[in-house]
Design a protein around this ligand. Structure first.
Ligand code: 5GP
Length: 192
């Protein structure tokens, strides 16, 4: 238990792909010991370097559908042809332990969580501008041109929902963005 038997807080964390969300998340995990990242289940194939149980639980369509039927997800959504879902039990256990659980999920999933768990704190990471976003997405080079273009379109659509989140953080300078999110966590968990 990290903080006087206090239940942890649920954080919803989104941003267009390529915005540096993952990099910020790694720093949050390293710099705030109360932060936990929920590991989602997905039907997407692993990218090189991704491990089952670490970035995602990579499951078959059948396994995913079975989890839906068993009411095992807090939310789930389809993104670029693949399904992604937040396992309910693991998140609940971490919150009970007093940890602050981050759900790194797309806008559709986030809006469902904001509706179903109104006590959550939602954070949207924005790129400083569209050119930077495109450059970052291309540098990753794990997707085809068509996939990149689709992700860019999806990104623009997602950014239009950023005003539904409690906080917007612009990732121009990574250190500043990390400090801003850490300060949001401290504020929302009464440590400021
Ligand atoms: P990627 O394929 O790049 O890992 O993730 C694609 C998108 O799916 C990202 O916006 C990511 O945040 C989102 N995502 C990952 N896990 C979940 C989840 O459990 N639920 C929802 N709704 N979106 C997720």
């Amino acid at each position: 238990m990290s903080d006087n038997n206090k239940r942890g807080r649920l954080f919803v964390y989104s941003g267009a792909s390529g915005v540096g969300k993952g990099t910020i998340m790694k720093r949050l995990l390293a710099e705030d010991s109360t932060v936990r990242l929920s590991v989602s289940a997905t039907t997407r194939a692993p990218r090189p370097g991704e491990t089952h149980g670490k970035e995602y639980f990579f499951v078959t369509r059948e396994e995913f559908d079975e989890m839906i039927e068993n009411n095992g997800f807090m939310e789930y959504a389809t993104y670029c042809d693949n399904s992604y879902g937040t396992p309910k039990k693991a998140v609940e256990e971490e919150l009970e332990k007093g940890n602050n659980v981050f759900l790194e999920i797309d806008v559709k999933g986030a809006l469902n969580i904001i509706r179903d768990y109104p006590e959550c704190v939602s954070i949207f990471i924005l790129p400083p501008d569209f050119e930077t976003l495109e450059k970052r997405l291309r540098k990753r080079a794990t997707e085809t041109e068509e996939q990149i273009r689709f992700r860019l379109e999806t990104a623009l659509r997602e950014i239009s929902f950023s005003d539904r989140y409690t906080y917007n953080v612009v990732n121009g300078d990574i250190d500043k963005a990390v400090e801003e999110v850490l300060s949001i966590i401290r504020k929302e968990t009464g440590r400021e």
